[in-house]
Design a protein around this ligand. Sequence first.
Ligand SMILES: [Zn+2]
Length: 346
Amino acid sequence: MVKIKFISNSLSKKHSCGMFHPESAQRIEVIEEWLHSQKDDQISYDILDQSASKDDILVTHSSDHYRLIERSQGQTGYFYFDGDTAANNYTFEAACQAVAVGKKAIWESDSNTSIFALVRPPGHHATRTSPGGFCIFNNIAIATELALVQKKFQRIAIIDFDQHFGNGTAYIHEENPNILYFSTHADPRVSYPGCGFVEEIGEGEGRGYNVPVPLGYRASEADLQVAFEELIQPIIYQFKPEFLAISAGFDAYERDPIGILGVTVDGFSVIGKYIKQIASELEIPFAHFLEGGYNIHSLPTLVSSYITPFIQDQEKTSPNISLEPSGQTIATVNQSKKLLDDFWQL
Ligand SMILES: [Zn+2]
């Protein structure tokens, strides 16, 4: 059982990609409202008013990328990076703050407390050289890279359960054998960002350390269960990370307005149970980074469902799932096992 400490960046609600944009300040507002109504001692909430240094951000991003975001300050209206990612006058500072919260999440999570970086803008689509997919700086990629560079940890695993492949995180770390990246996401043939195919298992020395698991239309927690039990758990137990970082996206929800997967409310508890099992088995600390999730009404319920296994003192039970995995998922997982055969015992 661990305490979950939510930490938001003070400008999280000031950043905007545009009016009526799904990645809105309301996402933080509704979770904040739920947190303020909480009476559970296991949950706390804090706001950090601190920015990451330029040097920290440049650990994964190019100078041109940094300058591009910096230049968006002082503009009136919106500064568009692409069709769906933009900045307003607060974005640069909010993004620097989100990185600072992410760094704190990795440095300060321990066996008693797991930090949930409740930040905007999100990060997992931001690549070394460009913002994209509503993301400005890659909060989780920067924090994990810094933890290695500054010798806080030697090996870190990332599990990304957002419904979109975290192309930024995957490609930033693709040659790094000390960061193992798992992603469960919607089939890239029909979903943004159009990559994250099962064959994309890393490059050079990092080959075997990226594990993308694309899922078909309406895939649920039953499909995620196969990915966790057949791939994620066996590989992560062989890799033996010293820290587990989670890209927590809630757009895999069956009623997400821009998602195509079919994870139920209880399905997020299933994800939480697996993550708890992994962290308990390895006896390592873990932290969460907010990525997507656009059903404003349901977002607090989904976050609550996800963290319940961490804050409740339950026996290590097998998650209870009534749905069935699809044939497509089983075929994908089998293909992944073959591709990863040279690197892991599966
Ligand atoms: Zn997403």
